[in-house]
Design a protein around this ligand. Structure first.
Ligand SMILES: Cc1cc2nc3c(=O)[nH]c(=O)nc-3n(C[C@H](O)[C@H](O)[C@H](O)COP(=O)(O)OP(=O)(O)OC[C@H]3O[C@@H](n4cnc5c(N)ncnc54)[C@H](O)[C@@H]3O)c2cc1C
Length: 495
């Protein structure tokens, strides 16, 4: 792994049990560190002029993220029921190494004064214990017991420019039992767990020894959160139950139920009212139970307690009720935070974070995506915003190359005279099932304003996500899986 080798060439010093990497040669180089490989961070990694940064500015681009991939989140709901295969919805960070250095690690804390980060490897320790017998020139040699572990030692990195793009976590509103017994849908691994669980429910319910009452409990699918993620998952699940599941488990499919809970009076709160009504009517027609103004009090294994309904048994519970702060953002005290959402750092219009004591922008530190709120404009926590902010920031960072002060000055990229970021709302899309979608362009920044529903919106939904898919590989895989699953059905194997 080149990144590790490069880091290891620097002199490593130990401070407070944390390994620090800043050897003489690498310290002479400027460092752009990007935290997070999501919609914000990955776009910067992709679009930053890596060769010129390295050759002309003598600068290392370093990515720190606990996953070595990017999640194409709008396709996660499709992956969770097998409409798409998992690898079609991720892009590897390693595509850009060795031009950049990448560490699969969490950033645990940031020392803004000394421009240092403490990171924790996100690679789980692997342990092999026991003896091995190896053949050595005809005679067997019994090797002594060996213990090999992955390294979980914290390490320190220094930065000259820092982009904080760590996103946000799932909101649970401290409802007891949610973290332990519900599924979230934020990462491709969540989608895989959900898909396995759905198939597990049907295989268990198919056992001859099980009672019908227990079958009904297992096949009761609950979703909490009527935002776009909850709605799209309900829609995808409905499609799955009414196509492949109905074909292969006809009796069980009739017992299966989908319930969508929300505390609000309507689903899809951010959408135009007419579109909310369209989605509501469609779900009702399709037999998806909409339980708005319902409050989940606590969750236990296989059941939850709802104020308005009492005990509700489920085989699968998917929880999607918005965002809570990333612990890294919570741990930061030196910067201003958004008092309203409490989940993000406040930035100025040029996406520089603001110092808590003086309110002045830090010229070398930027925040984008779900982890940031611009002080003058509250933007939605969407991939669209994160991606546009990343594009804006990449342009500014690339401009540094041309600037004579690129060598070491820290003041320029963040200069106050740079034009402020402007969000261009392209509209919102949501899949509502059965090859239908809704498209809200009532707040669009450019082009025709209006709304669209049904098949036309579905075509727009699919073409938008096909167009936005990043790599050529996935541009081939995504339509290929759509086509294959349409012809042959989704894969029902569980392993
Ligand atoms: C299922 C689903 C569907 C969605 N559909 C849409 C859609 O159709 N349209 C739309 O506009 N938006 C959509 N969104 C919202 C969109 O995905 C988010 O707004 C977007 O991902 C935010 O981008 P981000 O870069 O800020 O954070 P993220 O994409 O969440 O990325 C954060 C990154 O930071 C990493 N990270 C976390 N903590 C640390 C740490 N301590 N150190 C280093 N790295 C860290 C994470 O591993 C991750 O790589 C959807 C979201 C979900 C969950």
């Amino acid at each position: 792994m080149l990144s590790v080798q490069r880091a290891a060439t620097g002199t490593s010093t130990r401070q407070l049990g944390v390994r620090t990497f800043f050897g003489t040669s690498s310290r002479a180089k400027q460092r752009l560190v990007i935290l997070g490989s999501g919609w914000g961070g990955y776009e910067i990694l992709r679009a930053i002029d890596k060769k010129r940064w390295s050759e002309e500015c003598s600068l290392d681009v370093i990515m720190v993220s606990p996953t070595n991939y990017f999640n194409f989140t709008p396709l996660l709901a499709s992956c969770s029921v097998g409409t798409l295969e998992f690898r079609a919805a991720v892009e590897p960070v390693r595509r850009y190494t060795p031009d950049v250095i990448a560490y699969t690690a969490w950033c645990d804390s940031i020392d803004f004064k000394h421009k240092k980060l403490v990171c924790m490897p996100a690679t789980s320790p692997v342990t092999f214990e026991g003896s091995q017998t190896q053949s050595n020139g005809g005679s067997d040699v019994n090797e002594s017991a060996s213990l090999v572990t992955g390294n979980t030692e914290k390490f320190q990195l220094t930065y000259d420019k820092l982009v904080i793009a760590v996103g946000a976590y799932n909101q649970t509103f401290n409802v007891p039992g949610v973290k332990e017994h519900a599924h979230f849908l934020k990462d491709i691994r969540d989608a895989r767990r959900i898909r396995t669980r759905i198939l597990e429910c049907f295989e268990q319910a198919n056992q001859p020894t099980i009672t019908d009452a227990d079958r009904r409990k297992l096949l009761n699918f609950c979703i909490v959160g009527g935002g776009p993620t909850g709605v799209e998952f309900a829609a995808e699940l409905h499609d799955f139950l009414h196509s492949d599941i109905a074909r292969h488990y006809p009796a069980l499919a009739r017992m299966a139920k989908i319930n969508l809970y929300d505390v609000a009076p309507h689903i899809l709160g951010g959408f135009d009212t007419g579109l909310q009504e369209y989605a509501t009517a469609k779900f009702k027609r399709e037999g998806i139970r909409l339980l708005t103004q319902h409050h989940v009090e606590r969750v236990e294994e296989g059941r939850m307690f709802v104020t308005e309904e009492g005990e509700v048994n489920f085989g699968l519970l998917v929880w999607s009720t918005g965002l809570s702060p990333n612990p890294l953002i919570e741990s930061i005290t030196e910067l201003k935070k958004d008092e309203r959402t409490k989940r993000s750092l406040l930035t100025n219009g040029t996406l520089n974070v603001l110092k808590a004591d003086t309110g002045a922008p830090d010229p070398d530190v930027f925040a984008i995506g779900d982890a940031c709120t611009i002080e003058t404009e509250a933007l939605p926590a969407t991939a669209q915003v994160a991606n546009q902010q990343a594009k804006y920031l990449t342009k500014r960072l690339n401009r540094l190359i041309k600037s004579s002060s690129a060598s070491a000055s820290s003041s320029d990229a963040a200069s106050a005279d740079a034009a402020a970021f402007k969000f261009q709302n392209a509209g919102s899309l949501a899949y509502v099932g059965d090859w239908e979608a809704i498209f809200d362009r009532t707040k669009a920044a450019r082009g025709p304003k209006g709304k669209e529903t049904g098949r036309v919106a579905w075509l727009l939904w699919r073409s938008a996500y096909f167009t936005k898919t990043l790599s050529v590989r996935n541009k081939i895989l995504v339509p290929m899986y759509w086509f294959l699953n349409w012809i042959f059905g989704r894969d029902l194997t569980r392993f």
